[in-house]
Design a protein around this ligand. Structure first.
Ligand code: FCB
Length: 449
């Protein structure tokens, strides 16, 4: 056994998002979001469920903060529901919604837990979807206004802010594959949505610099999964490189280099998919941030394939240990991604803003779960995070997805990711073995491997 000691001040946290845990979908003046609408549409969610109640965190938040204190974590990443603050997206404030987050943040701080707030984790006000959603350039401006309002009201109390969670997923699963809200299948629109999401990010960062105290920091959390070739044949390598353009560089380049990847844009242009970009937009998307959030779960492997009309790539899934999501357990990819970010993009501080695993948990008679698979998944990934730090990556924190079993989007409640098990019939929470283990990690600021 070796004890890997993490740097002093390292943040150990858990992550959640509003729609996945809060419930109270129409209480205290909250407006409808695109996820409310989508989950209420029959056939969209695997188990026919929705987030109407979810973990009932809107009512049980005090208890949940107590659980975090018991876990001994020193950070918590959550998201703010835009339609809870502005039910119609713009205009009238819902004071009760703001009060909810203000109380949550105060309770966290009282317990020495650093809040990290995400402004957009996919729950756009339905009223704005009715005006074209993220396909409408105005939505970028409305997002910046919503963000600026929160910087004014909570900027002094929340030291770490994230504009967007995984714009890749919001754009493509929401607007190209239709798996997520708003459930559209319009590839050209999806590409335009990418641009508007990135634009809204830059506008929000600009507002942040004018409003928030200098001690507060802002960044973005990206879906960053390595896209690897099935073989070292040039055509497979080229296919993987194209996928990397779509999944990773499409976001990293405009954020850190102020341009879109040339290869991807050539493809978009020849397929008439290139979005409208106004002059100055790419200066906005590249507005300097303070940190980058990395959401890492697995890698994807591709072969060249003529069957895929857009990028000529087909995903393959060789035998491997996989989670309940079908995702390969591939800890090495976390190290590779962190080191790549430093080499190719930025020396800024990084946070692992999400990492975790769904497994088929079996509750014992006392309600707890001996989730050895999840514990092992986390342990292996932390080993790789440590390696990256040892190799010079400025990694400042690690957030487990997730604090609680919750509503896993189109999978409903069928994919438990929590450190804490939730019995949805009683809303009781139980520490899993991984939670007890993670508490030790946080206490020692070290991981035993
Ligand atoms: C990420 C999402 C998060 C959760 C995990 C499993 O893509 O950001 O909300 O669904 O995957």
């Amino acid at each position: 056994m070796v004890l890997l000691q993490f740097p002093a001040g390292f943040l150990w946290g858990t992550a959640t998002s509003a729609y996945q845990i809060e419930g109270a979908w129409n209480e205290d003046g909250k407006g409808e979001s695109i996820w409310d609408r989508f989950a209420h549409t029959s056939g969209k969610i695997a188990d026919g469920s929705n987030g109407d109640v979810a973990c009932d965190h809107y009512h049980l938040w005090r208890e949940d903060v107590d659980y975090m204190a018991q876990l001994g974590v020193n950070a918590y990443r959550f998201s703010i529901s835009w339609p809870r603050i502005f039910p119609a997206g713009t205009g009238r404030l819902n004071q009760k919604g703001l009060d909810f987050y203000r109380r949550l943040v105060a309770a966290l701080r009282e317990r020495g837990i650093t809040p990290m707030a995400t402004l957009y984790h996919w729950d756009l006000p339905q009223a704005l979807q009715d005006k074209g959603g993220w396909g409408n350039r105005d939505t970028a401006g409305w997002f910046a206004e919503y963000a600026a309002f929160l910087f004014q009201r909570l900027g002094g109390e929340i030291p770490l802010w994230i504009t967007h969670n995984e714009p890749f997923v919001a754009a493509f699963l929401g607007h190209a594959t239709g798996e997520d809200a708003p459930g559209l299948r319009r590839p050209r629109l999806a590409v335009q949505v990418v641009h508007h999401l990135l634009l809204s990010h830059g506008l929000a960062v600009r507002a942040f610099r004018q409003i928030a105290p200098a001690s507060a920091k802002i960044g973005i959390a990206l879906f960053l999964w390595p896209q690897e070739p099935a073989t070292d044949r040039p055509r497979d390598m080229a296919a993987a490189r194209r996928m990397d353009g779509l999944v990773n560089r499409q976001f990293l380049d405009p954020l850190f280099k102020g341009r879109y990847p040339e290869d991807l844009w050539r493809t978009y242009r020849t397929r008439f998919l290139a979005p409208k970009v106004a002059s100055g937009d790419l200066e906005t998307t590249a507005e300097p941030v303070d940190f980058l959030g990395v959401n890492y779960y697995t890698r994807m492997i591709h072969r060249a394939s003529l069957l895929d009309p857009l990028l000529g790539a087909r995903e393959v899934k060789p035998p491997a240990k996989r989670t309940l999501m079908g995702w390969e357990v591939y800890p090495q990819g976390l190290y590779n991604m962190l080191v790549r970010l430093k080499r190719e993009y930025t020396d800024l501080p990084l946070y692992v803003t999400e990492n975790g695993a769904a497994f088929a948990d079996v509750a014992g008679p006392d309600g707890t779960v001996e989730d050895v698979d999840r514990l092992e998944y986390l342990r292996l990934h932390l080993g790789q995070a440590y390696r990256a730090i040892a190799d010079g990556v400025d990694l400042r924190g690690y957030f487990v997805w997730s604090l609680l079993d919750n509503f896993e989007w189109a999978h409903g409640y069928t994919k438990p990711f929590g450190l804490l098990r939730v019995d949805f019939a009683t809303q009781k929470r139980y520490f899993k073995a991984s939670a007890r283990w993670f508490a030790e990690v946080a206490r020692k600021n070290a991981v035993e491997v």
